[in-house]
Design a protein around this ligand. Structure first.
Ligand code: ADP
Ligand code: MG
Length: 691
């Protein structure tokens, strides 16, 4: 029986109803159940001495019940149970409890409890501990009853621990022989890991919980290994199958651009430009992600790549997620190419005068550089010969959208730009490695953005600073989290804030509001007026675009900064500090503030480095949350945690590399387990990655 593909309802003792309950725990197949690991263990006989407990820490221990008492608590009762380890006592207290608890409790009984240790009148205490009475019979008969160590599983409503243990027991009782190995002998030996069946048994039926962490490693490794194997395969297939264009460096337009630039490229820009040029001059189709903090100079690097395509007689396309960004690119690129004889056009959505002509010229090949929005993806948009497609803020486009434009040409080279720094470990699991170029250096002369964190009580300081900046002829952003107060009533709504700004905070300034409920045209109009300095202060929700470049804006105030994610704060802050003047970012926080919230704001004050911030964000939130919904499906691991398992990821990557190196098709006897596991679990997913 293939346990990976056998639904859990077919396991003895499960059936439709319990299968439904188990699905809430992410258990759908028998293999899911086998890999549903205990989160704790009860050791009946372990002598955890009460005297050695520590306040504020989580602890689990077994003791003997020496006292059970109730006393009035408000209008109801509280239950106090005292446990003894022979020397010292621990007080367990419930303020809400039911018969399920009191009916089980007896003096002299052994009770396992788990929870946060606090202290009360000189004695250690746990309030509302998790409990298990250890010497009553459960319905698994004698098996678990006689075990010295009991696994504790995450549970769901209507499924108790005894039922869960019984289901686990059945899985092994009836299917142990069918547990297949998923790694090769070679890998097992290299890491000194036990065969899969044995290690699974040892995890569930552990007699020595201290060893389990080591046993579990293999399961994290497995996920990372197959992830890396998949990425390496995708890459290889891609390189073999997709013949791209082989560009030649003619040094015409590219050299002209280089000579006309008013600045020198940073060494990071030069490095990634060479990575791109190397791709473009090879026969393979380029598929590269260009990462760099806002303002790191991605546009100019991309422009060189576009000119390389153009000087080879191809068209180059740059697609941006919004009209504002497309227009901004159009303006700056037209500026850079002022003295060159190159035909550039901007293609926007909707109907407007001249659009038809642009489309004709795109089709005829007369236009060499085309900048645009989603409009480029429309059916009736045709190109003559696209050689390079660059996509700005690539994560804003869906996978399907992204895959549309390459199909319009003949395997053009692809360059995806992103201002969201992705930590290396995450980039490795989502993109593989080779395809990512990073600009990790800002152009010289940029003044650091001074970031100041103030509690609500000192909020006025921020607005005083805004008034000073505006008096100097500068502009400001004020950011607030949500548009309507309805959902979270304590959030400062944009509209309330806007009113406050107009009436009290900055009455003499020209202020406007910008939020997500407005029509695109309305938003664009306001951004345009901000850009031309008809507006001094923009009160906005997070809709202000990534990459918006208004150099005269030198100060940003973020209200309720404690509500934002770290990466988001960093993205927002990137809207200021784009010119050579000193800039400010004020973070205003309101109570209550979590420890994590404080840590985020401290990090913001401490550093401007997008990658350092991304690492910290990943550490605080975990990989699932790190990406928006668009990509999260790709990086959820059941066992692996790429922050904790960084080292394991590096190993997994190396191992996947040499496995494929020695056996590209995975057809050797040695890799039999690997290819069969891969085909069962990863072949479908592989297709998703082929964008
Ligand atoms: P990004 O797209 O990465 O946010 P841009 O390409 O828009 O950054 O560049 C930000 C600004 O910095 C632009 O005004 C650009 O002209 C300028 N710039 C880019 N590279 C350099 C450099 N090497 N030296 C000085 N200024 C630069
Ligand atoms: Mg940009």
């Amino acid at each position: 029986m293939d346990l990976f593909n056998t639904e859990i309802k077919f396991l003895k003792g499960v059936g439709e109803y319990r299968a439904q309950l188990l699905s809430k725990l992410g258990i759908f197949t028998i293999n899911d159940l086998l890999e549903f690991f205990p989160r704790d263990y009860i050791e009946r006989d372990r002598k955890q001495s009460i005297a050695e407990l520590e306040e504020g820490k989580l602890a689990s221990l077994t003791g003997t019940v020496v006292s059970i008492s109730k006393k009035p608590y408000g209008r109801s009762e509280q239950l106090n149970v005292i446990l003894s380890d022979g020397d010292d006592q621990l007080l367990c207290t419930w303020f809400r409890f039911g018969r399920w608890l009191t009916d089980q409790l007896q003096m002299g009984q052994k009770l396992w409890v788990s929870g946060m240790i606090t202290a009360f009148k000189g004695r250690f205490q746990i309030i509302h501990p998790e409990t298990e009475v250890l010497d009553i019979d459960d319905d698994t008969g004698s098996f678990w009853h006689s075990r010295a160590v009991l696994p504790v599983y995450p549970l769901t409503d209507k499924l108790n621990i005894n039922q869960m243990r019984k289901i686990i027991y059945n899985a092994f009782q009836y299917h142990a022989a069918e547990i297949e190995e998923t790694l090769s002998e070679d890998i097992l030996q290299k890491f000194g890991w036990l065969p899969r069946r044995i290690s699974l048994q040892k995890i569930h039926f552990s007699i020595n919980p201290a060893n389990v962490t080591e046993l579990k490693k293999r399961y994290s490794f497995e996920e990372l290994f197959y992830n890396q194997l998949m990425l390496a395969r995708v890459r290889r297939q891609h390189d073999d199958a997709q013949q791209g264009i082989t560009f030649t460096i003619h040094k015409t337009y590219t050299t002209q651009l280089k000579n006309s630039l008013p600045f020198k490229l940073t060494s990071a820009q030069k490095r990634v430009l060479w990575e791109i040029v190397e791709d473009m001059t090879s026969a393979k189709q380029m598929n590269r992600l260009l990462q760099g903090d806002v303002g790191s100079g991605k546009t100019i690097v991309t422009l060189f790549a576009m000119l390389l395509a153009v000087e080879n007689g191809y068209q180059a396309v740059l697609m941006a997620p919004t009209e504002i960004l497309a227009e901004q690119h159009f303006r700056s690129i037209t500026g850079y190419l002022e003295n060159m004889d190159i035909n550039i056009a901007l293609l926007k959505g909707g109907n407007y005068k001249g659009k038809k002509k642009i489309k004709e010229q795109m089709k005829s090949g007369e236009l060499q550089i085309i900048i645009g929005t989603h409009a480029l993806l429309q059916k009736d948009v045709e190109f003559a010969n696209v050689g390079l497609v660059a996509v700005d803020e690539q994560h804003r486009f869906g996978v399907v959208q992204r895959s549309l434009i390459p199909r319009k040409g003949n395997n053009p080279d692809l360059l995806y730009m992103s201002a969201t720094p992705i930590p290396r470990s995450l980039a490795l699991t989502v993109y593989g490695d080779l395809t990512v170029s990073v600009i990790d250096e800002l152009p010289p002369g940029r003044k650091e953005i001074k970031t100041v964190w103030r509690g609500a009580g000192r909020r006025e300081e921020a607005y005083a600073e805004i008034r000073r900046e505006i008096a100097k002829g500068r502009q400001a952003y004020i950011v607030c989290p949500l548009i309507e107060e309805s959902e979270k009533s304590d959030l400062l709504a944009a509209e309330t804030l806007f009113e406050e700004v107009q009436k009290y905070l900055l009455p003499r300034s020209r202020a406007e509001i910008l939020h997500g409920r407005m029509k695109t045209a309305e938003k664009d109009e306001i951004m345009q007026r901000f850009q031309t300095h008809e507006i001094d202060v923009l009160v906005a929700t997070t809709v202000i675009e990534v990459g918006i470049d208004v150099r005269n804006a030198t100060i940003m105030v973020i209200e309720h900064a404690e509500r934002f994610g770290l990466s988001q704060l960093h993205q927002l802050r990137g809207r200021v500090g784009r010119g050579s003047d000193a800039s400010w970012c004020y973070l205003i926080s309101y109570p209550p503030m979590s420890k994590e919230g404080a840590e985020r704001l401290q990090t913001m004050v401490a550093t401007n480095d997008g990658f350092a911030i991304a690492e910290k964000d990943l550490e605080l939130r975990g990989p699932g949350e790190f990406f928006g919904t668009a990509q999260s499906g790709m990086n959820i691991f059941k066992h692996a945690n790429i922050v904790r398992d960084r080292q394991l990821l590096i190993h997994a990557r190396a191992v996947a590399g040499w496995v494929l190196e020695n056996d590209p098709q995975l057809e050797s006897e040695e890799n039999r387990n690997i290819i069969s596991t891969y085909q069962r679990l990863y072949a479908e997913r592989e297709k998703l990655f082929n964008f």
